[in-house]
Design a protein around this ligand. Structure first.
Ligand SMILES: *Cc1c(COP(=O)(O)O)cnc(C)c1O
Length: 363
């Protein structure tokens, strides 16, 4: 039996996508073989990768002045590739520190230049997006960096920093395609696939063309964006099956009605859970209201033993992977695009029942 999987990642995939993949698993269309067995240079596979890129471009309205790359190494390798490729001018970059993932990016950037932290909410367990003034940004910086949706703490940037002519680099691993975004606002967008796009193994990088080739050829070939851009992500064998799965997820999104419909559903799902958290006497959300994420919703009862009892009881009801990240504790419901509204309703119904039983002293 399938459960409602609230994992932060790898995460739930649309059932229709899994079923389509299953139907094509052994033999893809008229190719006589599985996608996994195909040469990445075959005609059949070229159509898959080109189709995947085209669907992503359509869904996100990516301008022609941006390259789409399908890389490996996860979002974490981008923490290295970004400074390696971009910290080549003033060798300075500005960061807003909103959690573990931005801290890791800062740590890597320090290996290549000066990583200047403009603002941080670390002292309050990253429960909000810190404020900053436009004047704090260094006009000479090679880029400004943010992690737009903070998977662990359930916060997101509702407004992007205005960085002027300095390119904005954003980690969108846990929010890409969750709502409408203007690609023109960014220099580089990257996202590991296993949150909102598909299975683990492929990382999507959307990069403005003028940011490619800012570094000389002395850096490792595989870590140079230029290598992958010049070879349409085919310098070496790309993660062929993960890209195929990504293509199926994008096809599913288009069939749903595209980004506007997905955004509307995501807002509806998130508000079902937030509305309850705001009225519950037992549970409360841990992220600042004005910075709440649409995708990751952490909450607590305030009592660790009760939290653990809740997670255990929920699991028994087929509501799984609700345990919060170890740095925040409590619970976290990740409700990515593929989480059906019924999953969120089932969770809230269960929380209400748990709260009632707690009030009555049954627990
Ligand atoms: C999960 C996650 C990462 C790490 O991704 P990997 O693909 O495992 O390297 C980075 N940033 C954010 C925002 C994430 O949610």
């Amino acid at each position: 039996m399938r459960v409602y999987n609230f994992s932060a990642g790898p995460a739930v995939l649309p059932l229709e996508v899994l079923e389509k993949a299953q139907s094509e698993f052994v033999c893809f269309q008229d190719s006589g073989m599985s996608v996994m067995e195909m040469s990445h240079r075959s005609k059949a596979y070229s159509q898959i990768i080109e189709g995947t890129e085209a669907k992503l471009r359509q869904l996100m309205q990516i301008p022609d002045t941006y390259k789409v790359l399908f890389l490996q190494g996860g979002a974490s390798l981008q923490f290295t590739m970004v400074p390696m490729n971009l910290m080549t001018g003033s060798k300075k970059a500005d960061f807003i520190d909103t959690g573990v993932w931005s801290s890791k990016a800062i740590k890597e950037a320090k290996k290549f230049g000066k990583a200047n932290v403009i603002a941080s909410s670390k002292a309050d367990t990253y429960s909000y997006i810190p404020t900053y003034k436009k004047e704090q940004f260094d006009k000479e910086a090679d880029y400004v960096y943010i992690c737009q949706n903070n998977t662990i703490y359930g916060t997101k940037f509702n407004t992007l920093p205005n960085t002027g002519n300095v390119p904005l680099v954003a980690d969108l691993s846990s929010c890409i395609l969750s709502e409408k975004m203007d690609v023109n606002r960014y220099g580089i967008i990257f996202a590991g696939a296993q949150k909102n796009l598909g299975p683990a193994g492929v990382t999507v990088v959307i990069i403005r063309e003028d940011l490619i080739g800012r570094v000389d050829e002395s850096i490792p070939t595989m870590l140079n964006y230029k290598t992958h851009a010049a070879n349409d992500s085919m310098f070496n064998t790309p993660p062929t099956y993960a890209i195929y799965m990504l293509g199926l997820v994008l096809e599913w999104m288009l069939a749903q009605g595209g980004i506007e419909v997905i955004e509307k559903k995501n807002k509806e799902k998130a508000s079902i859970l937030y509305d309850y958290l705001d009225t519950s006497k037992l549970f409360r959300g841990t992220a600042a209201k004005e910075d709440r994420s649409l995708m990751n919703i952490p909450f607590v009862t305030g009592d660790e033993t009760l939290d653990a009892a809740f997670v255990k009881a929920a699991t028994a009801k087929g509501l799984v992977n609700l345990k919060g990240h170890r740095s925040v504790g409590g619970m976290r419901a990740s409700i990515y695009n593929a989480m059906p509204i019924d999953g969120v309703k089932a969770l809230v119904d269960f929380m209400k029942q748990f709260e009632r039983q707690h009030e009555e002293g049954i627990l």
